[in-house]
Design a protein around this ligand. Structure first.
Ligand SMILES: [Zn+2]
Length: 500
């Protein structure tokens, strides 16, 4: 069992009532070591929602109505025994949290013979392992992420052509959105005033925002980097803007995603001298990003950089791991390096990262990248590939990528993939989708996006089953060969952007 540092003095300024609840909740995870040591470890193991958890919950100063959001979000068993402490312990002053923990623990022991235990926010539980691959559960304020997970990209607060209902139907759990784009349009303050990103786009499952750094370096028309930040011109209207680590965190706090990123600089992977400079800058920016964070209900991930340089990657992995962020991202890959270089980099970085934190490989990838990434210990992926391919009429299929505009599909009565369980495949023929494409009907993009995203999400579901039953490692060659004919570029990485 790990113990969090008890931090009674953290300021609670500027929080909405709902945020206050979560902040107090987050603090309540800071189990005082004296209480922890006075109870045998096995009393901390209860099962809720099928999860083994390690932490006593104590929270203070919230209304009873807040329980409505607390109960489903945090796996709290809805019983008089578990709710009573929330009603009775309303101390409300941070310095009394320690006392609250004690009272709560004693009350729970008296009432149910054991402390009530729930899974804490941003807790990462590994449920099974298969060599370096792992399956787990990452708890966020908007629900659990079952990992390994593939996140569709919703650049401008929408996964192109899809509604949130479509995304739920294909069992998407995490959606990524882009700080750079939302800052420029409609503006992060507008999103905040409309209730935050989840409410604005009506996606109520976990969300992730990037730091905006990647787009500033790759999209903005002109940019000037210094050690303090980046000045750039908008790709939309040429207006001048400046991002610093503090600014990026402030924007991401306005947007309100569950997982946010430290500001980083992605360099040309093969330029050792510049990669070193950008890596050191990324490290200083990570420290400043953490210092700038005011919301406790967002998990801020540090980002490992260092190009494809083994020495730099090792240094960066050790440094970012030392910052003790709730998760760690690996950036600067899938930017045109070879597949071998990507794998070699992961082989250096991942073993240096803490076991008990989720690892996010940014902007990756193709089906074979997902398989190879999971095999190397990655938990979270995102990529624009499925939706971008869909808009170019290209669909994942067992016989390889199909260009559905081809005349050969004009009378094809089969679905895109006979083995697929998505709405598009259960309902429509290739002939109909080809007709939509030829007639330039927008529904074509929707139907192919549904299928392509579902294909990758199904792949991850299948991988999770294989990790759980211990066969993943031995099935990697089989999985790779199944997807081999969907790989257009076998040796170079995609060079994908993290926006769509
Ligand atoms: Zn399908």
């Amino acid at each position: 069992m790990s113990l969090f540092q008890f931090d009674p003095l953290r300021p609670y300024r500027g929080a909405s009532p709902n945020t206050m609840l979560r902040i107090l909740y987050a603090d309540s995870l800071n189990l005082p070591s004296d209480l922890g040591e006075s109870m045998p470890a096995n009393t901390f193991n209860l099962q809720f929602s099928g999860l083994e958890t390690d932490f006593v919950l104590v929270t203070c100063q919230f209304s009873v109505s807040s329980l409505q959001s607390l109960v489903p979000n945090y796996h709290l068993p809805f019983t008089i025994y578990s709710l009573l402490p929330f009603v009775t312990i309303r101390i409300g002053v941070p310095k009394y949290h320690r006392a609250g923990v004690a009272v709560f623990g004693i009350l729970s022991l008296i009432l149910i013979g054991s402390p009530v235990i729930i899974s804490p926010m941003f807790d990462f539980q590994i449920t099974s392992k298969n060599n370096r691959a792992r399956a787990g559960i990452f708890s966020t304020p908007h629900g659990d992420l079952v990992t390994p997970v593939f996140a569709p990209v919703g650049t401008q607060a929408t996964v192109k052509t899809l509604t949130p209902e479509h995304l739920k139907d294909i069992n998407a759990s995490l959606v990524l959105s882009n700080t750079y784009h939302l800052y420029l349009r409609p503006g992060d303050e507008l999103v905040r005033d409309m209730g935050g990103l989840h409410k604005f786009m009506q996606w109520h499952r976990p969300m992730l925002t990037d730091s905006g750094g990647f787009q500033v370096f790759s999209l903005a028309q002109t940019r000037k980097i210094d050690d303090d930040g980046v000045t750039f011109k908008s790709h939309i209207d040429g207006s001048t803007h400046r991002f610093t680590p503090e600014k990026s965190v402030a924007i991401q706090e306005n947007l309100g995603a569950d997982i946010i990123m430290a500001f980083d600089e992605c360099s040309d992977p093969n330029d050792h001298a510049y990669s070193k400079l950008a890596m050191h800058r990324t490290h200083r920016w990570a420290e400043r990003s953490l210092k700038a964070q005011t919301r406790r209900d967002q998990a801020l991930f540090g980002i490992v950089q260092g190009g494809v340089q083994v020495d730099l990657r090792a240094e960066s992995a050790n440094f970012i791991a030392s910052l003790d962020t709730p998760g760690i991202a690996i950036g600067g890959l899938s930017v045109g390096e070879t597949k071998q270089e990507m794998h070699d980099t992961l082989d250096v970085v991942v073993p240096l990262l803490p076991e008990n934190k989720p690892r996010y490989l940014m902007g990756v990838g193709t089906p074979e990248d997902l398989i190879n990434g999971v095999a190397r210990g990655i938990d979270i992926f995102d990529c624009v590939l499925p939706t971008r391919l869909a808009r170019h009429h290209s669909a994942f299929a067992p016989e390889g990528r199909l260009n559905l505009m081809n005349a050969s599909f004009a009378r094809d009565e089969r679905p895109i993939d006979e083995t697929c369980d998505c709405y598009s495949c259960k309902t429509f023929t290739r002939a109909y989708i080809r007709h939509l494409i030829v007639a330039k009907e927008l529904l074509a993009g929707t139907l192919i996006s549904i299928h392509n995203l579902r294909a990758l999400i199904r792949l991850m579901e299948q991988i999770r089953v294989y990790i759980a039953d211990g066969t993943f490692e031995s099935r990697v060659p089989e999985l790779l060969s199944q997807w081999d004919n969907n790989a257009k570029r076998k040796h170079a990485t995609v060079g994908a952007q993290r926006d769509d």
